[in-house]
Design a protein around this ligand. Structure first.
Ligand code: PHE
Length: 337
């Protein structure tokens, strides 16, 4: 019987090594380990063995069973791995690729990026400030004291007495000047909020790009030069500009800046309300009071600042006649840009 056990062991190993499919393995399992298999048959013959021999042969049978179980499971994993390998290596070169539809940037992001790019090329750097602000940065530090009538012009969402949603990006002028010393050449893009009733040209949230420059001997002509360069790059070489006197508490002198209507080339049409001009930004020379408040010497430093509405510029550039379209997330609109 010992001889027979060794024979069966050898044979099982040989057959397991030759097995090529999971079916073969299953057949071997039935043949050796099944209820009526070879191993069980030997176990049933144990009864006819002498008492001294029994424990030894019993042990041999147990290890035979274990070793065949192990051999078969090794053979099974060998076959499994080989098959998986084949599966991964098979490449159907005729199969169409996976199409990943590319999205595109929101028109307002595109316009903001373009504005940033133009000013970055002129040596400006980008700064950002918080959208939740204090009245100090939104008003006082910008020379708009409490009770000043112009505070109404920047109608504001208050969260509580000392917290508000900024109504202009001019806040970033102050934040940067507090932290850094001139010379400065900075643009600050971002969201602003005003409690306006929503219509075709008003939204309670919109975007501005603030820009400012502080150095020795900065003049109004520098402001004009930079803004003229900007408009030509943004809207085209033949665009004309117009500076109208205006009032902002934080600049003196101040101006509102118009560009000639690109639709009618200045002749007058519906888009420009037959004026031939479109307002795109507010600007001026930074008020000396602002410099004093951030600790700059107003006799030494001068500077200009401007703030433009991104939606306004996007509407003009793309010919969009309703600001609400930018915020509705309608893909039929957004896919056009
Ligand atoms: N902050 C002004 C506004 O929101 C724009 C502006 C910025 C004007 C800088 C002058 C200088 O209307």
């Amino acid at each position: 019987m010992e001889e027979e056990i060794r024979e069966i062991q050898k044979q099982a190993i040989k057959e397991a090594n030759q097995a090529e499919t999971p079916d073969h393995i299953e057949q071997l399992r039935v043949k050796y380990l099944g209820r009526k298999g070879l191993v069980n048959r030997l176990f049933s013959e144990l009864g006819s063995i002498s008492a001294e021999e029994k424990p030894k042969v019993g042990n041999m049978l147990n290890s035979l069973k274990n070793s065949i179980t192990e051999t078969l499971s090794e053979a099974k994993s060998r076959i499994g791995v080989a098959r998986d390998d084949l599966k991964c290596e098979r490449i159907d070169v005729t199969m169409p690729g996976t199409k990943r539809p590319l999205g595109n940037l929101h028109p307002l992001t595109q316009v903001t990026n373009r504005i940033n790019e133009i000013f970055l090329n002129l040596g400006f750097k980008i700064a950002e400030g918080p959208e939740i602000e204090t009245p100090h940065y939104n008003f006082e530090a910008l020379n708009i004291p409490l009770e000043h009538p112009s505070r109404d012009a920047f109608d504001t969402f208050y969260i509580d007495d000392n917290t508000l949603l900024r109504s202009q990006t001019s806040t970033v002028q102050i934040r940067v000047m507090e932290k850094e010393k001139p010379p400065l050449q900075v643009i600050a893009p971002g969201k602003v909020f005003r409690p306006d009733a929503t219509d075709a040209s008003h939204s309670f949230m919109f975007h501005q790009v603030e820009g400012f420059m502080v150095d020795k001997d900065i003049k109004f002509s520098d402001l004009k030069g930079i803004l003229t360069l900007f408009s030509k790059q943004m809207f085209g070489e033949d665009i004309k500009m117009r500076f109208r006197p205006h009032f902002f508490p934080f600049t003196e002198p101040s101006a509102e800046v118009d560009i000639s209507c690109m639709i009618c080339k200045g002749k007058g049409c519906r888009v420009c309300s037959h004026k031939g001009w479109l307002e795109i930004l507010g600007a001026g020379m930074i008020h000396p009071r602002l410099f004093e408040m951030v600790g700059y010497d107003p006799k030494k430093w001068t500077g200009f600042a401007f703030g433009m509405g991104v939606e306004r510029i996007a509407m003009l550039k793309f010919g969009v006649d309703d600001i609400r379209l930018f915020f509705e997330n309608d893909l039929r609109f957004l896919r056009q840009f």
